[in-house]
Design a protein around this ligand. Structure first.
Ligand code: PMV
Length: 308
């Protein structure tokens, strides 16, 4: 049996603007993860079990653009494996789906690693990330590539589309609370809406993306210097620009306000927006109080995570 695990992720700064070539900062979240086990099967065919999404099926019965089927077919094709060996593939994930925590990319990364090493073709991180990016296109349409990158390398990254990966050294650990609205929000939709906004008001949106890019650049410097309390203001500013991009929602804004009121140093939505998650930067001793306030304000779950 061959097993692999991949973490979730959050975007600290720069979502959406990253699709338009501006930098973004993202970190892995190890409290949630996707786990894949591959083993030889006693029956013919490739059996995919993913109890979290009620899937228990033979590969050929899945539509070819199903994300799991696409990973398996594409990998076998690129490795030149035919006929397919009989396999049992188990996929388990604690990462909430469609919530900005990178569940799709994490499943792809864990599946690619487990399957390729089971078949004796261990892939490099670069290959895994590039492969997962192709699968992301099925989920998102026009992804920037930030999810597959931060999840493959499992380290804080400063990401610019189509540029080589730059990892970020964290000068001093900092604590975040992640609040989940519980509202599933397909990234494809919010990315499409921002695209329509760009088409309508190109000049203003390019200025907004420039500002967000500057915020991401400053945030990177602050994280590296270890002056992390200064990130709070940048989060608040980034959230205001995301509101202008129309990707926030009353529920996200409510959680952001609740976190600030409970003592967070700053807060913003994280990921595609409309639903999904928000994040708050907190002094470690206030993490519990902020989590409680988020739950009282309607969050379905609150996760405390430290960026080490
Ligand atoms: O996968 P999510 O919901 O964390 O969103 C990804 C961030 C976007 O910038 C909105 C899209 C992208 O591909 O970068």
């Amino acid at each position: 049996m061959t097993a692999s695990s991949a973490p979730g992720k959050i975007i600290l700064f720069g979502e959406h603007a990253v699709v338009y070539g501006r930098p973004a900062v993202a970190v892995p979240v190890t409290q949630v993860h996707a786990d894949v086990e591959v083993s030889a099967s006693s029956r013919p065919g490739i059996w995919v079990h993913a109890p979290g999404v009620n899937l228990d099926a033979e590969l050929n019965s899945l539509p070819s653009d199903h994300p799991l089927a696409a990973v398996i077919h594409n990998l076998f094709f690129s490795l030149g494996i035919s006929p397919f060996p009989p396999l049992d593939i188990r996929v388990n994930s604690t990462i909430p789906v469609a919530s900005g925590l990178g569940s799709g990319a994490a499943v792809s990364v864990a599946l690619l690693r487990a399957l390729s090493s089971h078949l004796g073709h261990t892939m490099t991180d670069e290959q895994v990330s590039a492969f997962a990016f192709e699968i992301e296109k099925l989920h998102h349409g026009t992804p920037s590539g930030i999810d597959n990158t931060v999840i493959t390398y499992a380290r804080p990254v400063y990401f610019i589309k189509r540029h080589p990966i730059e990892t970020v050294k964290v000068g001093e650990p900092f604590t975040l609370v992640i609040g989940d609205t519980g509202i599933p929000a397909p990234t494809k939709q919010s990315v499409g809406d921002v695209r329509r906004l760009v088409a309508k008001n190109n000049y203003r949106m390019e200025r907004v993306f420039d500002e967000v890019g500057q915020i991401a650049l400053m945030a990177r410097r602050i994280i590296e210097c270890g002056h992390t309390a200064m990130l709070g203001d940048l989060m608040d500013q980034n959230h205001a620009y995301l509101q202008e991009m129309t990707v926030s929602s009353p529920e996200l804004d409510k959680l952001v306000r609740a976190a600030r009121k409970a003592g967070a140093l700053g807060a913003k939505l994280s990921g595609g927006g409309r639903g999904g998650n928000m994040i708050a930067l907190v002094p470690p001793d206030l993490a519990e109080a902020v989590s409680r306030s988020l739950l009282e304000a309607g969050a379905k779950r609150a996760i405390v995570t430290q960026v080490p």
